[in-house]
Design a protein around this ligand. Sequence first.
Ligand code: ZN
Length: 188
Amino acid sequence: MEENDILKLFEDTGALLNGHFRLSSGLHSGNYFQCALLLQYPDIAEKLCRELANYFKDDKPTCVVAPAIGGIVVSYETGRALGVKALFTERSEGKMTLRRGFELKKEDRVLVVEDVITTGLSTREVLEVVKSKGAEIIGVGCLVNRSGKILDLGVKLKSLAKLDFPTYKPEECPLCKKGIEIKKPGSR
Ligand SMILES: [Zn+2]
């Protein structure tokens, strides 16, 4: 799938909105992105995660790991496409960790996946968890890279789409100057 087809899926599912939005940071933007609105459709989630799986399948991963909550669906569907286990990490007292009896072995070849990479922080935390188990990391895959730059995670990185929207301070917002009605994302 081409990046444009993927962006169209985001728009068609309402995950990517155009307009005038007040973000939770207080900044204004002409776009809003909420990946969960795409992933609520299992058939689309399956299709996109298969794209990620295909990119990494020759590296023969034995396991997929993602950070909860946003990454769980991506881990599960990518694991399904590869025919391997799908695990997730979660925070326990602020520290990213594998819980629930999930195990990684030294022989495991791990593909780390995410729905959206913004700063790369949670991805790095998952990579640390995997390394601490002695398992090999074959790469990182995400549906969307929002970092606005080429991230160096020290491993192969594949993103299906890149999104980089300008944000504005309210007093400098060109959309406010045009008098366009502002919305809070999530409300209609
Ligand atoms: Zn504005």
